[in-house]
Design a binder for this molecule. Structure first.
Ligand SMILES: Nc1ncnc2c1ncn2[C@@H]1O[C@H](COP(=O)(O)OP(=O)(O)OP(=O)(O)O)[C@@H](O)[C@H]1O
Ligand SMILES: O=P(O)(O)OC[C@H]1O[C@H](OP(=O)(O)OP(=O)(O)O)[C@H](O)[C@@H]1O
Ligand SMILES: [Mg+2]
Length: 293
């Protein structure tokens, strides 16, 4: 019952920090998304797939229950959704939506580790994750659940400390709070349902997952081509960031030099090119990779 009328469903955030990147991933995996009149459901025109556009908080349940076969959601939301029931299984991290759930305190609180929170009130939108963290630290504190604007809680004397998402730290700074503990590192993940799709749709599901894995692993990857003196080949190969064994090709009419082609999994910076040049490389080309499998 994971699909209705023989279609796969992918749950994505309707509107928020993950929406655009989630749609990009779906499109990069070759799914042509058509926005119809129905705001809740986008159709994919070239495969029997629908995108269900919902609040991110609902995605773990939809996927765990088999209402959707796949979902894209932050690990923070997935962890908060754990309630002992069926769980959406993490397929892979997606490399975007990175943030950290942190405990932060105002300067008026003398803080010396999690034990300082004993007996205090801590405001958060992630009560379950925080509860587990405090339990693991052996700290008893009152948790005040807030849907948003958690950072104002200390100023309003609603709580002595907060536990909220941080990425740049600008919001904490604007509210005069200092981050103290990391409760959870998070990024967007692809999740799949423990409920199997209709038998006929399993190959499509597998192929979408494989394509998405290809999209994620090609992100930031570059194809580097250069010419190298044979004598400097080892040194130059060692300078290529995140490259496996490169392809070495003879250059016609030149015994002393070869062409080197390599897929670099890590960012190729100008500094890397300068080092390569310094080691004797020439005609260096860095090309984007569109697809990888
Ligand atoms: N400051 C941030 N930087 C980077 N990623 C973030 C940041 N804040 C949140 N995220 C990630 O993006 C996800 C979605 O954030 P958003 O603020 O859009 O959620 P929301 O307001 O709960 O949306 P919804 O209306 O879908 O419930 C978060 O659950 C988290 O994984
Ligand atoms: O460290 P920063 O870069 O400042 O980001 C942190 C802020 O981002 C998130 O809120 P968001 O902006 O998504 O608003 P919301 O709380 O209304 O969801 C989070 O709840 C913090 O308030
Ligand atoms: Mg939400």
């Amino acid at each position: 019952m994971s699909t209705v009328q023989g279609r796969l469903r992918i749950a994505v955030q309707k509107s928020g920090r993950l929406s655009e990147r989630s749609l990009d991933l779906v499109r990069d995996a070759g799914l042509r998304v058509v926005k119809g009149n129905n705001d809740l459901l986008y159709r994919v025109e070239n495969y029997p797939i629908d995108l269900l556009r919902v609040r991110d908080d609902d995605i773990p349940t939809f996927v765990a229950d088999g209402v959707c076969d796949l979902g894209i959601v932050g690990e923070n939301v997935l962890e908060e959704g754990r309630n002992g029931g069926p769980v959406a299984e993490v397929v892979m991290p997606l490399g975007f939506g990175r943030c950290t759930l942190k405990i932060a305190v105002p300067p008026t609180l003398a803080y010396d580790g999690p034990a300082s929170l004993e007996g205090l009130r801590v405001a958060t939108s992630y009560p379950r994750v925080l509860r587990r963290y405090l339990e693991a630290e052996g700290v008893q504190a009152d948790i005040v659940t807030m849907r948003g604007a958690v950072e104002v809680a200390p100023r309003l004397k609603l709580a002595s400390a907060i536990c909220d998402l941080v990425s740049t730290g600008a919001t904490l700074e604007a509210n005069g709070l200092a981050a103290k503990e990391t409760v959870l590192e998070s990024q967007a993940v692809l999740v799949r349902s423990p409920v199997a799709p209709e038998p006929g749709l399993q190959p499509l599901l597998d192929s979408i997952i494989e394509r998405m894995a290809g999209v994620v692993s090609s992100q930031g990857a570059k194809y580097v081509m250069l010419n190298a003196p044979r004598s400097a080949l080892d040194r130059i190969t060692a300078l290529l960031p995140g490259a496996g064994a490169p392809t070495v090709i003879p250059l016609s009419g030149r015994d002393d030099a070869v062409a080197v082609h390599a897929v670099c999994q890590e960012a190729v910076f100008w500094e890397t090119l300068e080092s390569l040049k310094g080691a004797g490389a020439s005609a260096i080309l860095v090309l984007p990779i569109e697809k990888m499998m």
